[in-house]
Design a protein around this ligand. Structure first.
Ligand code: HQG
Length: 192
């Protein structure tokens, strides 16, 4: 039991560290992201070790495979790794525009609502606004910030009116911004 706990703590802390270096601060361990955000696995592990964070290939494999949101992916040959989305450093993920479903959802906190209904959804420090097909995912994303509120995005209409949508490898829908005219609040039990 304790061993299991230790192992899952190790996986979570490794995942957080990898999010930091593969999305936000590769320079912290002296690496840079290649095209598409890819980094050779051997280079990553050596750089982590030099930075005092030893990650075995087995642990890395487990972090990638077990990650609840599939935050990371190996290249087909297994030699490179990247974060699937969520970067703040400039990186071209090579995503292709896609036609979104009719409705998408965005989870936020009640304290942001007034501002969002005025300004629309802005991407902040991320490359895109993040949207999901799933209401339950939107609730949990909103909960990270406070009392959750789910917004419905009129995604297909937006796309038809010229806005571009992408879908990341792990199923997150991405767009530059969402005007307030495309947003309505979802009235749902368990949300504010
Ligand atoms: C809010 C997680 C005021 C926005 C999740 C959000 C997601 C505004 C916060 C991914 C606003 C930004 C992204 C406006 C937007 N006025 N507030 N005009 N426009 N906001 O963390 O969407 O764990 O940057 O509603 O699964 O919460 O990183 O974005 O509350 O996919 O893999 O500003 O993060 O994935 O917060 O989360 P964030 P997010 P990971």
């Amino acid at each position: 039991m304790n061993n299991n706990n230790d192992q899952s703590k190790r996986i979570v802390s490794t995942s957080k560290f990898l999010s930091l270096v593969l999305r936000h601060e590769p320079g912290r361990i002296g690496i840079s992201l290649g095209e598409g955000g890819w980094v050779p696995v051997a280079e990553l592990l050596a750089a982590c070790e030099r930075a005092g964070k030893r990650i075995s290939p087995a642990l890395l494999g487990e972090v990638v495979a077990s990650n609840d949101k599939q935050r990371f992916a190996f290249s087909d040959d297994g030699l490179r790794i990247r974060a699937n989305q969520g970067h703040s450093v400039q990186v071209d993920l090579g995503l292709v525009p896609q036609v979104p479903p009719d409705r998408l959802y965005h989870g936020t906190a009640s304290r942001f609502l007034a501002s969002i209904l005025k300004q629309g959804l802005l991407r902040g420090s991320r490359h895109h606004v993040h949207l999901t097909e799933r209401q339950d995912v939107a609730v949990s994303v909103g909960t990270r910030h406070g009392l959750p509120v789910v917004l419905v995005v009129d995604a297909l209409r937006m796309q038809q009116e010229g806005h571009v949508f992408y879908r990341s490898e792990n199923g997150v829908w991405l767009t530059d911004q969402v005007g307030a005219q495309y947003l309505t609040r979802l009235q749902q039990e368990g949300t504010a």
